[in-house]
Design a protein around this ligand. Structure first.
Ligand code: WTA
Length: 657
C-alpha cells in the first residue's frame, strides 16, 4: 500500500487546545504515566491491577506463551462484583450515590452504593436459586433501567457469564445469540419507555423461544417496568419482584480466577454471522477501571458522570456497568431517547444532576449541531468539565461545536478509539496532559502499543496512512470468539504475525497524532489513489450547508471506485442551498477545494436521513447497494427501516450526476 497519493486534509488541522493550568494541576493522570508505562509496561499494568481487590493476589502478570491466547494475572483470584460494590461500602462510601436513574416519563430513582450492593446480592441469590452456576450463560435483554446493571453485576457476582443483547434487536437476532451461547436463563422486562411510549420487550423473548428454539433456556426472569400486559408461560417465566424481591440480601462474593469468563458480547463482522466476543475478568476490569479514571479524569467524590450508551453495546459494559462502579463513581442512567419530550432532554438531565463528565457519540453530536445551538443554550451546562466521544471519527466541525456549545468553550474533549474486541479505550488524549487537536484520537494510552503498517507489514512513520495494529497484548483484550477459536485467529491475528489487526485505517500526522480513517473496508481506491470516506465526509461537513454526510466507494469501470456522497442539509440552509443540482455543484467544488479534485464525489445525493444502526453507526453497506444500483441488502439492524425506501426513491426520482 503506497501512501504516495495520500490525500492530505484532516491532518492539516492547526487548531490546538492545551489544558488549562488548573485542570492540568488537578488532573488524575499526570505526564509521568507515559514514562512509567514505557519503562516497565508489565509492571505498569500490574500496578493498575493492584488498584482492584484480589482475594488471592496474582504473581504473574502476563502469560503470552501461546499467542494469541493471552492470560493476564492468571494465578490471581477476584470477584468482579465485590470490586464494583462491596469494597466501596466497606471503606465507608456506602452512602455515595451509585446511580441517578432518570426514567423517560420523568420518574427518577437514586441508588447508593449500599443500596445497589444489597440489590445485587439479592439478585445473585435469586439466580442461584434458579440453578445458575459458575460458567453458565445468561442472556440479558433489557431497557436502560437500574435492573439491567443489577442483572449484569449479579451474573458476574456468581461467576456466570452474561450475554447482553441490545433491546433494539429483533426476536430473530435474540434467538440466534441465545442459541450460539446456549444460555440457560433470559433476564428481560415487560418493556421500557422510548419516544413517549411503552415499548414491549417480552414478546420478542417469547418469540425467540417459541417453536422449540433455544431449548437451553430453562427460565425467563421478568422485571415489570411498564406494567403492560405480557403473555406468561407457567413454569418458565418468573417475576423479578418475587424471585429477587423475596431473596436474602446476604451474599458473600466468591473469588474466581482472573481468566474466568465474564461476558460474551455479539458484534457484527465481515460475514453475516455475528461474532460472540469473549471477555474475562481480572484484565478486563483492570483496564476498564484504569481508563475510566484516567481518560475521564474521574474524581469519584465530586464528579457526576454520564455515558449515554446502552448496556447492549461494549461502551455500556465498560463505561456504564463496570468501569464507573469499579471506581466508585456516581453516574446517571437515562432510559429514553434524546428527543422526548423534546430535544432539550439530555441538556435538562445534565442540568438536573450537575453532570460533570459526559460521554457520547459523534452521531448524536452532529444531530444536535443540525438542530442548532439554541437548544442547549436554554440549559445551564456549567457543571460540564470533561467531554468524551466514541464510536467513529469525530469530524473537526462537530468537535468544535461540542466544545463550544456543550463544553462552554473550555471543556477538554477526549476522542476515544477502541472496539468491542479491545474491551476498553486504547487511543485517546489524557485531558490534563494532551494538547487537543479536533478530529484526532491522538496517542495510544500509557500501557498501549499501536503502530500503523502498510499492507506488507512495514511500520509507517509520520505522514503516512495505513492499517492500525496493536503490537503488544493488553489486559482487556478479547480472549476469543465464543465457540470459534479459528475465526479469532483468522480475523485478528493472521494478517500480521503476532500483531492484532484492528480493521481500521489510520495515519500518524506530522506531529505524531493518530487519525482514524474508518474501517478499511471503507477505504476507497479511486484511480489508484487511496481516499478515506472519513476524509471526504469531513470536508463535506465543513461546508455550512451540510449537517451530515456519508460517503461510499461505488464500483466504477473507469476509475475502480467512484465516490458517492449522501448528504443531509442543515435545516436552516435548505433554502440557501437551492436545487439538488446546485447543491451538488457547490459541494463537489468545495470538496475539490478542501482536499483536491481527485476527491470530488462523482455523485451527491441529498437525503433526509441516513441509514443507521440502533447504535448510530451509518450502514455504508446499504448505501453502497444504492450507489451501485443493486437490490438493497438486509435492513433488519436499521433503527428505522423506512429510511432506505426514501433514499432509493430519491435516486429513482433522478439524482444528479
Ligand atoms: C470505530 C465501539 C474513530 C472504529 C467502542 C472501530 C472509532 C469501531 C472510534 C469499533 C473513534 C470507535 N474514532 N473510530 N474514537 N471509536 N471507532 O466495536 O472503526 O462498536 O473499529 O466499539 O468503531 O466499534 P465497536
Amino acid at each position: 500500500m503506497s501512501a504516495d497519493h495520500e490525500i492530505e486534509n484532516l491532518s492539516h488541522e492547526n487548531r490546538h487546545f492545551a489544558p488549562s493550568e488548573t485542570f492540568a494541576r488537578n488532573a488524575i493522570a499526570q505526564v509521568d504515566l507515559y514514562a512509567e508505562a514505557k519503562a516497565d509496561r508489565l509492571g505498569f499494568w500490574a500496578k493498575q491491577a493492584n488498584n482492584l481487590h484480589w482475594h488471592k493476589p496474582f504473581t504473574q502478570t502476563l502469560d503470552w506463551t501461546n499467542p494469541p491466547f493471552a492470560k493476564w494475572f492468571a494465578d490471581g483470584k477476584l470477584n468482579i462484583s465485590y470490586n464494583c460494590l462491596d469494597r466501596h461500602v466497606e471503606v465507608g462510601n456506602g452512602d455515595r450515590t451509585a446511580i441517578f436513574f432518570e426514567g423517560e416519563p420523568g420518574d427518577s430513582r437514586e441508588l447508593t452504593y449500599a443500596e445497589l450492593t444489597r440489590e445485587v446480592k439479592k439478585a445473585a441469590n435469586a439466580l442461584t436459586a434458579l440453578g445458575i452456576k459458575p460458567g453458565d450463560r445468561v442472556a440479558i435483554y433489557m431497557p436502560m433501567i437500574p435492573e439491567a446493571i443489577i442483572a449484569m453485576q449479579a451474573v458476574a457476582r456468581i461467576g456466570a457469564v452474561h450475554s447482553v443483547i441490545f433491546g433494539g434487536f429483533s426476536a430473530e437476532s435474540l434467538s440466534s445469540r441465545i442459541e450460539d451461547a446456549d444460555a440457560k436463563l433470559v433476564i428481560t422486562a415487560d418493556g421500557g419507555y422510548r419516544k413517549g411510549k411503552a415499548s414491549a420487550l417480552k414478546p420478542a423473548v417469547d418469540e425467540a423461544l417459541s417453536a422449540g428454539k433455544c431449548a437451553s433456556v430453562k427460565n425467563v426472569l421478568v422485571v415489570r417496568r411498564t406494567n403492560q400486559d405480557v403473555a406468561w408461560v407457567e413454569g418458565r417465566d418468573v417475576e423479578w419482584s418475587e424471585a429477587v424481591g423475596n431473596a436474602s440480601d446476604e451474599h458473600e462474593a466468591q473469588a474466581f480466577d482472573a481468566e474466568h469468563p465474564l461476558f460474551i458480547l455479539y458484534t457484527s463482522g465481515t460475514t453475516g454471522k455475528p461474532k460472540g466476543i469473549l471477555h474475562t475478568s481480572g484484565g478486563y476490569l483492570t483496564q476498564a477501571a484504569y481508563t475510566h479514571k484516567n481518560v475521564f479524569d474521574l474524581h469519584a467524590e465530586t464528579d457526576v458522570y454520564w455515558c449515554t450508551a446502552d448496556v447492549g453495546w461494549i461502551t455500556g459494559h465498560s463505561y456504564v456497568a463496570y468501569g464507573p462502579l469499579a471506581n466508585g463513581a456516581s453516574q446517571v442512567i437515562y432510559e429514553g431517547t434524546p428527543d422526548t419530550p423534546d430535544w432539550g432532554r439530555w441538556w435538562s438531565i445534565i442540568e438536573k444532576y450537575g453532570v460533570s463528565i459526559f460521554y457520547t457519540a459523534p452521531t448524536a453530536i452532529r444531530t444536535f449541531m443540525k438542530l442548532g445551538s439554541q437548544i442547549p443554550e436554554q440549559h445551564n451546562l456549567k457543571s460540564i468539565r470533561v467531554l468524551g466521544s466514541v464510536g467513529e471519527p469525530i469530524n473537526p466541525e462537530a468537535w468544535m461545536w461540542y466544545r463550544e456549545h456543550i463544553g462552554g468553550g473550555q471543556a477538554p474533549i477526549v476522542d476515544t478509539w477502541w472496539q468491542t474486541e479491545t474491551g476498553a479505550i486504547m487511543v485517546s488524549p489524557l485531558p490534563g496532559i494532551t494538547t487537543l487537536k479536533p478530529g484526532s484520537a491522538q496517542v495510544p494510552l500509557p500501557g498501549v502499543s499501536a503502530e500503523v503498517l502498510d499492507d506488507e507489514g512495514n511500520i509507517l512513520g509520520r505522514g503516512h496512512a495505513g492499517l492500525l495494529v496493536l503490537t503488544e497484548p493488553w489486559p482487556s483484550m478479547l480472549r476469543g470468539i465464543w465457540g470459534d477459536p479459528e475465526r479469532f485467529k483468522e480475523t485478528y491475528w493472521s494478517k500480521f504475525e503476532g500483531k492484532y489487526f484492528a480493521g481500521d485505517g489510520a495515519k500518524w500526522d506530522e506531529e505524531g497524532d493518530l487519525w482514524l480513517l474508518g474501517r478499511v473496508d471503507d477505504v476507497m481506491n479511486i484511480s489508484g489513489h487511496r481516499l478515506s470516506t472519513a476524509e471526504i465526509e469531513s470536508a463535506l461537513v465543513s461546508h455550512p450547508f451540510v449537517a451530515e454526510a456519508a460517503v461510499v466507494g461505488a464500483k466504477d469501470e473507469t476509475t475502480g471506485q467512484a465516490i458517492v456522497a449522501f448528504v443531509i442539509l442543515r435545516q436552516n440552509q435548505i433554502e440557501a442551498a437551492g436545487s439538488d443540482s446546485d447543491v451538488s455543484k457547490i459541494l463537489r467544488d468545495h470538496v475539490a477545494k478542501e482536499i483536491g479534485p481527485i476527491a470530488k464525489p462523482r455523485t451527491i445525493i441529498v437525503v433526509a436521513e441516513l441509514p443507521k444502526t440502533r447504535s448510530g453507526k451509518i450502514m455504508r453497506r446499504l448505501l453502497r447497494d444504492v450507489a451501485e444500483d443493486r437490490p438493497i441488502g438486509d435492513v433488519t439492524t436499521l433503527a428505522d427501516t423506512s429510511v432506505m425506501q426514501s433514499i432509493s426513491g430519491k435516486l429513482a426520482g433522478g439524482a444528479n450526476d
